[in-house]
Design a protein around this ligand. Structure first.
Ligand code: SF4
Ligand code: SF4
Length: 444
């Protein structure tokens, strides 16, 4: 039959004999063409036509992605299911599925067809925003706060450097230093404002000081990096924030840019260069590992904790850094490091990436439990007393999840900077070691 012509209607015979073989019932239908069904593909076409959305159409339904998708583990999700739903006519732009992906990249790691949710989801979200579809109000609020105040918490931009008052050490501000520094420390929004983020920022300030690092921060000139805003679909706002940060950083001379968070790391390493801002960027754990020879003697106080470490998606899977945080943890005397089942390349997402930080109500309505709660249960199962993190999104997420899962007092969440700071404290005074200015090391 010529290609494209419909076959004649195929009758199902009770019995048929083919090449001498008797085929009963419906089996003989296999010898005729069948039309399974006709779908309206416009919902799928709407996604695959978007720049970045093409690969959704490449899915061949092998389901490898579903087993590793953190959202499916607490719900009903994964690229395979999203493809199938759009294929049969569900509009992704109007479906809660649009907001559930955390862009954790675990599906892309295993997908034989390179269906890339890290491109698809931001593209589809951007289309939904541009077309005026309903977007979750909590996310809209964050977009407005970033635009107006330069941070997602809606905090006063003039108070961005207030955290330094309680650091116990001087924290130089680039505008006041008036000379080149070795390290420009981009602090980030949550370490600048969130009470538990501030704890970790102060700890890192003390570590830098104890190491004699020649550093400065941007202070009130710093703006949200915007990478999660981009992944949540607001590319225009991301570009605005990035351009502000690039312009500010261009005013100062420094050798290396050290960032506190994995999302900032991803922004400065992979996204800002596309907009003209390129530096030698390090996550703070990478920077400290480079200085481990000098850091190790400062870690004099044993920290008797059994610790399990959560790989942040944007430091680990997205940017390949698995070892630096673990090396620092192993350097702390008295600390025992144990691993969770889902770790390293297969680390389980905390739920905060890709805008998930600001989409908790969507997640609550469409999953059985928050991803952070699932992860806390996995941490408790290791027998650890402490969940170590190095992403500023995670401390509030995991501390809430510890309470929600009934493990308050049983599992403590600590940034690696806080654990290092704890190990540096003199037990008698509970203060970090003071540094002899004469022993300032050479530039990193
Ligand atoms: S792994 Fe890739 S090809 Fe297989 S079902 Fe998932 S998205 Fe489709
Ligand atoms: S990026 Fe992560 S959350 Fe999103 S679909 Fe893939 S595995 Fe699931």
């Amino acid at each position: 039959m010529p290609y494209g012509k419909q076959p004649p209607h195929v009758l199902e015979k009770a019995h048929a004999v083919v090449d001498g073989i008797e085929l009963p019932g419906h089996w003989n239908r296999m010898f005729g063409s069948r039309t399974i069904t006709d779908y309206d593909t416009s919902a799928l076409d709407a996604i695959t036509a978007l720049p970045g959305g093409e690969s959704l159409g490449w899915c061949y339904q092998c389901a490898k992605c579903v087993g590793v998708c953190p959202v499916d583990i607490v719900g009903d999700y994964g690229p395979r299911k999203i493809f199938r739903k759009t294929q049969i006519g569900v509009s992704l732009l109007d479906d809660p599925d649009l907001w559930l992906c955390t862009t954790c990249k675990n599906c892309l790691r295993v997908c034989p067809k390179q269906v890339d949710m890290i491109q698809i989801m931001p593209a589809a979200r951007e289309a939904a925003i541009n077309e005026g579809r309903d977007i979750p109000p909590e996310l809209q609020k964050v977009f407005e706060a970033c635009d107006r105040y330069g941070n997602p918490l809606g905090a006063n931009p003039r108070a961005r450097a207030d955290w330094i008052k309680g650091a116990g050490v001087p924290v130089p501000i680039a505008a006041q230093v008036k000379r080149p520094v070795d390290v420009l420390w981009y602090v980030g929004s949550y370490p600048s404002y969130h009470p538990r983020g501030v704890d970790a920022a102060r700890a890192l300030a003390r570590i830098f000081t104890a190491l004699g690092v020649d550093f400065a921060i941007l202070g009130v000139e710093e703006r949200e990096d915007g990478d999660s805003v981009r992944l949540a679909g607001e590319r225009g706002l991301f570009e605005k924030l990035a351009e502000q940060n690039i312009k500010t950083l261009a005013k100062y001379r420094f050798r290396r840019l050290v960032v506190f968070g994995p999302h900032e790391f991803n922004a400065f390493k992979n996204e800002y260069p596309k907009l003209g801002g390129a530096w030698d960027v390090l996550h703070y754990t990478q920077f400290l590992v480079e200085h481990l020879d000098r850091l190790r003697p400062l870690l004099a106080t044993p920290v008797a904790r059994t610790v399990t470490y959560h790989d942040p998606c944007y430091l680990s899977r997205h940017n390949g850094e698995y070892e630096a945080p673990r090396t620092l943890l192993r350097a702390i005397p008295g600390l025992t490091l144990v691993e969770m089942g889902r770790t390293r390349e297969n680390g389980y997402c905390c739920g905060g990436g890709g805008g998930g930080m600001w989409l908790d109500s969507v997640s609550r309505d469409h999953t059985r439990m928050p991803l952070s709660a699932r992860r806390v249960i996995e941490a408790v199962e290791t027998g650890a007393s402490t969940l170590a993190i190095c992403c500023p999104y995670e401390v509030s997420r995991f501390e809430d999840a510890v309470k929600a899962t009934g493990h308050d007092g049983r599992l403590h969440v600590r940034d690696i900077a806080e654990l290092l700071d704890e190990a540096m404290r003199c037990p008698a005074s509970n203060r970090s070691p003071t540094v002899d200015p004469a022993s300032r090391p050479p530039a990193s």
